[in-house]
Ligand binder design. Structure first.
Ligand SMILES: NC(=O)c1ccc[n+]([C@@H]2O[C@H](COP(=O)([O-])OP(=O)(O)OC[C@H]3O[C@@H](n4cnc5c(N)ncnc54)[C@H](OP(=O)(O)O)[C@@H]3O)[C@@H](O)[C@H]2O)c1
Length: 302
């Protein structure tokens, strides 16, 4: 039996990773919950669902290192899917890894889940933070297994926000020329892959990338048109140079976090190698499959 502690199990990605871990009969899962985590009905429902599937609960807060010693007792693997500022992503994850390492844990999966943070533009605050966190966690001596996935396909193409593709209005809008390459993977596929990799001790410490589709904004629009039969009016909202200027001009990098994100997406090289075939039952879906499933869902909901 592998004892796994997940931090961020009440979150969008972490809740899904937790479900996949609970489906593994060789895993005993513990959820790290901070005080007040159950105050929100939606989160309380998520936790109740995970507990019903066999998870146990430990109280702890990444910002309170003293709370983490007990929470990590007997744990073999820690999976972090937390989100926050440097106090959570660097200091908090380091505190969690330090406690876990002192308790004999073998492995830590940090909350990276991004594009290639090692080749992202210097100064992008969210990726700098993840690099620094990883280095500090590695220095504790624990094995660090990192998952990278590009952008979350379903968040970027969520029909409810329609930031990029709006099928109702028949538009596709984006930054850049439309031809800059990037990787997209659904949250579900990232969760499924992470749950498998976290407890796969044949996989050594290191960086593991997956990609549902290597594409461009024009590729996204092409797939949407192909699958839905809608013709999209395409419009660029600004150039890569506009994004460079917006990020360079920001006194506080966090004030330009959206621009940093877009700039990173359009200028970071796509993954040199991906692990899409590592697990036969974890084959990330591509854009056509994603848009097809959205169409089926819309037809069922109508
Ligand atoms: N590549 C992409 O396009 C993309 C898009 C979105 C997210 N992500 C990444 O995916 C990861 C997870 O993001 P998400 O959207 O799933 O996050 P989320 O839904 O906001 O969930 C964050 C989780 O972190 C927990 N947390 C925050 N501070 C904590 C603390 N001090 N102690 C303990 N737990 C704490 C929260 O607990 P509470 O319930 O107590 O608040 C919650 O469970 C992040 O690394 C994020 O950057 C990537």
């Amino acid at each position: 039996m592998t004892n796994v502690l997940i931090a961020g199990g009440t979150g969008t990605l972490g809740g899904r990773i937790a479900r996949y871990l609970l489906a593994d009969p060789a895993v005993q899962l513990r959820l790290l919950l901070r005080a007040g985590a159950l105050d929100k009905p939606e989160k309380a429902r998520t936790v109740a669902g995970l507990v019903a599937l066999g998870a146990t609960v430990a109280e702890g807060d990444l910002k309170d290192p003293a709370s983490l010693a007990e929470a990590t007792r007997g744990v073999d693997v820690v999976v972090s899917a937390v989100q926050g500022g440097a106090d959570v992503m660097i200091d908090g994850q380091l505190a969690l890894a330090t406690a876990a390492s002192a308790n004999g844990a073998r492995r830590f999966v940090p909350s990276d889940f991004a594009l290639d943070i090692f080749n992202a533009p210097a100064g992008a605050p969210m990726f700098d933070m993840r690099r620094r966190a990883g280095e500090a966690i590695e220095a504790t001596g624990i094995d660090v297994v990192r998952v990278l996935n590009g952008a979350f396909m379903d968040m970027m193409l969520d029909p409810d926000t329609a930031d990029v593709v709006d099928l109702q209005k028949g538009t596709a809008q984006y930054f850049g020329t439309g031809d800059e390459p990037f990787d997209l993977t659904t949250v579900e596929d990232v969760a499924r892959f992470t749950a498998r990799l976290a407890v796969d001790f044949s996989a050594p410490a290191g960086v593991y990338a997956i990609s549902g589709e290597r594409t461009t904004f024009n590729g996204v629009a092409d797939a949407a048109e192909r699958v839905t039969g809608t013709t999209l009016a395409r419009r660029s909202l600004g150039t890569v140079q506009d994004l460079r200027e917006a990020t360079a001009g920001a006194a506080n990098p966090w004030a330009a976090v959206r621009e940093w994100y877009l700039l990173s997406m359009l200028t970071t090289p796509t993954f040199a190698a991906v692990e899409n075939s590592r697990y036969a039952d974890v084959r990330p879906v591509g854009l056509d499959e994603y848009f097809s499933s959205q169409q089926k869902k819309a037809a069922t909901d109508a």
